[in-house]
Every structure is written in C-alpha cells, then in structure tokens.
Design a protein around this ligand. Structure first.
Ligand SMILES: Cc1cc2nc3c(=O)[nH]c(=O)nc-3n(C[C@H](O)[C@H](O)[C@H](O)COP(=O)(O)OP(=O)(O)OC[C@H]3O[C@@H](n4cnc5c(N)ncnc54)[C@H](O)[C@@H]3O)c2cc1C
Ligand code: SF4
Length: 338
C-alpha cells in the first residue's frame, strides 16, 4: 500500500476544495485523479490494498454533517443523503411502506456487516466486480489495455458477465440497489467544484461501456453526490424486486430485477422494469415494459414480458444460464405485484 494523507472533510465545499488534480496518479484506470473521496470505504480500500489505486490523498466525506438524513414528503417524495448506510435504509419504515422494491433490494445486498459500513453514495459509484478489472495482473480494455480477457481469451471467465449490451466491456455493474432506484425513476443530486448543483436521472447517471469505456457513471473527479431523490408514489404504485444469487445467505447478483407499476385493478397502466447484472450498467427493458403495459397482470402476460426482455440477450461462452434465470425472475416479480 502506498503512503497517502488523510483529510477529514467538514462540508461538501471543503471536500471539493481538497481535490488535487495536478498530481497524476492512476485511479481506477483513469490518470487525472490524485485524490479520492472515501465514504464507507469498502470499495476504496479494496482498490488501495490491491495496489490498483494509489491516491496521494484520501478525503473522508463520511463525517460531513447532514448527509445521513432520510426525509419523505407525500407530494415531493423521498430524499436519501449520500452517507445514509444500507443498514439505515434496510430498517427505514418509510422506504418499506412507499418503495417496497428498494427495501427488498437493500435487504438482499451484501451482508449485515457490510451494510453497516456501506453508504448509498458509495454503493452507486462503486466499480464493477470483473475479476480481471480488479486484478493488478491484467490490463484489460477498461484499464487502458488492448483486450477484454473475459470476452476474448480462450478460457475467459465470463460466468457472471453481461448478456445484454456486451459489445465492448462485458462487465456488469455491481450495485443491485441501483436496479431498484432506477425502476423508481430516482435521480442523483450532484455538487460540482463551483458549488453548483445538478439533478440527473439514474437513466442518465450511468454510462454504457459502448459510450465510454473509461467510466461507469457521469460523475467527474471534482463532483460529489449529495443525495438521491425518489418521486412520490401514487396510491396505485406497486413494486417488487427479485435477486438471484449463487449462495442464499449473501452474494453478488447473478441477475436481479425491479418492477414498478402503476396499476388499475388487475391491469398494468404503466411499467418501469430494470434489470441488474444483465448489462454493463443497470438496464431498463423497454421491450418488457411495452409488453406488459395496458395488459392484465397474469401468468401469460408476465411470461411474455420476461421473454420480450430477453429478446436482446446475446450470452457469452459461459453465461447462457442467465437467460432462463432472468425469464423466471422477471415473471415472478411481475406476478408478485398482482
Ligand atoms: C462481499 C461484498 C458483497 C457485496 N454485495 C453487494 C450487493 O449484493 N449489492 C450491492 O449493491 N452492493 C454490494 N456490495 C457493495 C457494498 O455494499 C458497498 O456499497 C460498496 O462496496 C461501496 O460503498 P462504500 O460506502 O463503502 O463506498 P466507498 O468505498 O467509500 O466509495 C466507493 C466509490 O464511491 C465514491 N464515493 C463515495 N461516496 C461518494 C459521494 N457521496 N459522491 C461521490 N463519490 C462518492 C468513492 O470515491 C469511491 O470511488 C458488496 C460488497 C462486498 C465487499
Ligand atoms: S469485462 Fe470489462 S472489466 Fe472485465 S476484462 Fe473485459 S474489459 Fe475488462
């Protein structure tokens, strides 16, 4: 591990002033960052210990006041501060009552110990878990190298990788919580170094590998996420989340899905269906949404929507098993709404 200095940020402005981009250091395959923000530290210290991240300065934003609040208003919806931990989200009754799929997603993420440390801001910014990307011994596309080991090498280990939008990097995004956030049409509030604030929808926040392989989100080196906003549900909003894992107790997602419907009796009036661990970023399935909208929620239509979602699937050598997993999970999630 390299030597680094530690800075306890007192406010977002204070943290942003500390970012020093004049020293060139390699960070997550980018070369323009010398400092790194640390919240829960789970992902940041993984990278530092592996020797892939060599910051000269770690800026601790975890103790900035007022970034660990959850508030809810029937008209304006919910605000979740970037430093709210996953445990706090998991036990929050307002989330459970108003955003059931998010409650379910958080409760299925990682372990209780990890949820105690992990923050929402860090969770959506964490980098993908592709083992080649996270190994100091491999320089893949995402790290500026000339190949994707998961996709191209004869024995590429791509069991956990993408089945949709997998034309370049085939990693999948690690945040299963983002699957639910995107399905609720959440947005991310970002503060830049000039103190200006912008609100970006989750659909725009993530960057597909085909668009720019060097990044997974639009977040710049000198920007901090302040909070995540969820629109208020109506009395007809219903939701469900399902995550498939290899081990029951805890694990990364092999495939997860969040569905958020506006319903009228047993009919779906509008649908938001997002898949996790299917593509390099959380993936909104327009095909599934169109297949179920204005239709009765029943077994036949749920299966049709699930199959429509998988019409875009192009599995790799070792992950064809994900297609039936997604078909089953999407169908089940839709039927849980009825
Ligand atoms: C074994 C294991 C299993 C896991 N399983 C799951 C799972 O099933 N589902 C899931 O969703 N997650 C899972 N995680 C992820 C975990 O829960 C954490 O959310 C994640 O690792 C990072 O959260 P953190 O707060 O520790 O972020 P940090 O490590 O502090 O930060 C991560 C990144 O976010 C940046 N960052 C942090 N906060 C901000 C902010 N406010 N503004 C701008 N940038 C910021 C940091 O600079 C860094 O780049 C798992 C982790 C492990 C180790
Ligand atoms: S899937 Fe992406 S992160 Fe993994 S080896 Fe290929 S280019 Fe690198």
């Amino acid at each position: 591990m390299n030597k680094f200095s530690w800075y306890e940020a007192k406010s977002i402005e204070d943290a942003l002033e500390q970012v020093n981009s004049t020293v060139s250091e390699e960070l997550y395959g980018q070369t323009d960052k010398a400092s790194v923000f640390k919240s829960g530290g789970i992902d940041v210290f993984d990278w530092v210990k592996e020797g892939l991240l060599k910051p000269v300065k770690i800026i601790n934003i975890r103790n900035i006041p007022d970034l660990d609040m959850i508030s809810y208003d029937k008209k304006d919806g919910m605000s979740i501060g970037c430093n709210v931990t996953l445990s706090e989200m998991a036990s929050n009754e307002l989330i459970k009552t108003n955003y059931l799929a998010l409650h379910q997603a958080v409760n299925h993420a990682a372990t209780p110990q990890l949820r105690n440390m992990s923050t929402l801001g860090g969770n959506i910014v964490q980098r993908n878990r592709c083992w080649y990307f996270r190994s100091a011994d491999h320089d893949c596309f995402r790290k500026g190298g000339d190949r994707c080991y998961a996709r191209h090498s004869e024995n590429g280990e791509n069991e956990n990788h993408a089945i949709i939008d997998n034309g370049t990097c085939v990693s999948v995004h690690a945040s299963s919580i983002s699957t639910a956030l995107m399905a609720f049409n959440a947005s991310v509030v970002i503060v830049n170094e000039e103190g200006k604030t912008k609100e970006v929808s989750m659909d725009e926040f993530f960057v597909s590998a085909g668009e720019d392989i060097s990044m997974e989100t639009i977040l710049g080196a000198k920007e901090i996420i302040k909070e995540i906003i969820l629109p208020a549900p109506t009395k007809n909003t219903k939701s469900a989340y399902i995550k498939q894992v290899a081990r029951e107790s805890y694990d990364w997602s092999l495939g997860d899905v969040a569905v958020v419907f506006e319903v009228s009796k047993d009919t779906c009036k509008s649908a938001s269906i997002v898949l996790g661990a299917a593509a390099p970023v959380p993936y909104r399935s327009i095909e599934a949404q169109e297949a179920i909208e204005n239709n009765t929620i029943n077994s036949v239509n749920a299966l049709a929507a699930a199959e429509a979602a998988m019409s875009k699937a192009r599995p790799l050598s070792k992950n064809g098993y994900k297609v039936p997993i997604f078909v089953s999970a999407i169908k089940q999630a839709i039927l849980e709404i009825s």
